[in-house]
Write a protein that binds this ligand. Structure first.
Ligand code: PLP
Length: 375
């Protein structure tokens, strides 16, 4: 199998597995329990908190462990005080964990502005500033897009939000562990992270919250996570995430270079060897492992399925395309022409992929596209 869908999820790394197994086998204590067996679990959680905070230049008390990106995004939006009377600014290209939560907030009475993006997938800072209203309480703009890989101007957004005293949340699920992030320097007030996107386990992540005292929990119960997110902590998951994050940060520049090299090699081959194709997303302000192509007169769902039958995992622009519906909100927002939009595929490379794998992928893709176009 050739796995090229690393934006969907990644393989759990050896270091994460090694950290997790003893916590599932022998050290299974409850971190809240008041005896050494519990304390040991508690100290594993706290060590992870300290280390994860250090990686983004935050303080440990500002990290809330969650079940992953979706919960972190929900918490960031739904915790807004007086949400019924608030205005939220987000973008048309967010993940559904933000879009659908904003829709829910809208049904509760909030007003939501969905910013446009340019054909590269970038928001416009002037449009953002013009959309600010007196009751704007939250700006939520993703760090990097999960489909087209475009990296948004996060530091500029942070500076603007801070100047207006508006909370700035970023969904960094695709970015953390892949590109450098410094919440203090970038004026990020809240940030969502998910472990399974950087070789950690699924179902665990965190939310960074700068103004932690003001944070209203989404989940209530026994008061874990300093009362900010109840529920017994996923100790093994948190320890696995910590180890995966350490590896990602330590090896970031090597991984970025390798992924970029393979990504550029892939892009060059596809653009030179296949007719009627467009590259989506920003040319260089994009995630190192992301390539997203639209092929004219191609059914992406069928292409992905046929590639899968050849042992190659890539993804269609979105699940909607697979269901035969409309192209994704991202592809619509960047105005891909109709004849191309339905032929959109995403190929996301990890540091573990090889040039041979990219070569085989291009060869098979060329063959399948030719077949589809001849039919
Ligand atoms: N946000 C973005 C940008 C994502 O790509 C994803 C997952 O695909 C999520 C949020 C949801 O994260 P999780 O799978 O941890 O709930």
């Amino acid at each position: 199998m050739i796995y090229l869908d690393n934006a969907a999820t990644t393989a759990v790394c050896k270091e994460a597995k090694e950290a997790m197994v003893p916590l599932l086998e022998d050290e299974y204590g409850n971190p809240s329990a008041n005896y050494p067996f519990g304390d040991r679990a508690g100290s594993i959680v706290e060590r992870a908190r300290i280390r994860m905070a250090g990686m983004i230049n935050a303080n440990p008390e500002n990290i809330i462990f969650t079940s992953g990106g979706t919960e972190s995004d929900n918490s960031a939006v739904l915790k807004i005080k007086d949400i019924e009377n608030s205005h939220i600014i987000t973008t048309k290209i967010e993940h559904h964990a933000i879009l659908n939560t904003c829709e829910y907030a809208r049904k509760k009475g909030a007003e939501v502005t969905y910013l446009n993006v340019n054909p590269d997938g970038e928001i416009n800072i002037d449009e953002l500033e013009k959309s600010i209203k007196e009751n704007t309480r939250l700006i939520s703009v993703m760090f990097a897009n999960n489909e087209i890989g475009t990296i948004e101007p996060i530091a500029k957004i942070g500076r603007l939000a801070r100047a207006y005293g508006i909370t700035f949340h970023t969904d960094a699920v695709q970015a953390f562990g892949h590109v450098p992030i410094n919440v203090a320097r970038m004026n990020i007030d809240m940030m969502s992270v998910s472990a399974h996107k950087f070789n950690g386990p699924k179902g665990v992540g965190f939310l960074y919250v700068r103004n932690i005292d003001d944070f209203e929990p989404l989940i209530w119960g026994g008061g874990q996570e300093n009362g900010k997110r109840s529920g017994t902590e996923n100790v093994a998951g948190i320890a696995g995430m910590e180890q995966a994050a350490i590896q990602s940060i330590k090896n970031m520049s090597y991984r970025m270079q390798k992924e970029q090299y393979l990504r550029n090699y892939l892009i060059n081959r596809v653009m030179n060897e296949i007719d009627d194709v467009k590259l989506n997303g920003h040319k260089f302000k994009r995630l190192p492992g992301n390539a997203n192509f639209s092929f004219k007169n191609i059914n992406a769902a069928k292409l992905v399925e046929d590639m899968g039958n050849e042992g190659i995992c890539i993804s269609a622009g979105s699940a909607c395309a697979a269901a035969g519906g409309k192209p994704s909100q991202v592809i619509m927002a960047i105005n891909v022409q109709k004849e191309y939009a339905y032929g959109t595929v995403r190929i996301t490379i990890s540091h573990e992929n090889t040039r041979d794998e990219i070569d085989r992928t291009v060869e098979i893709m060329k063959k399948l596209i030719k077949l589809q176009r001849e039919q």
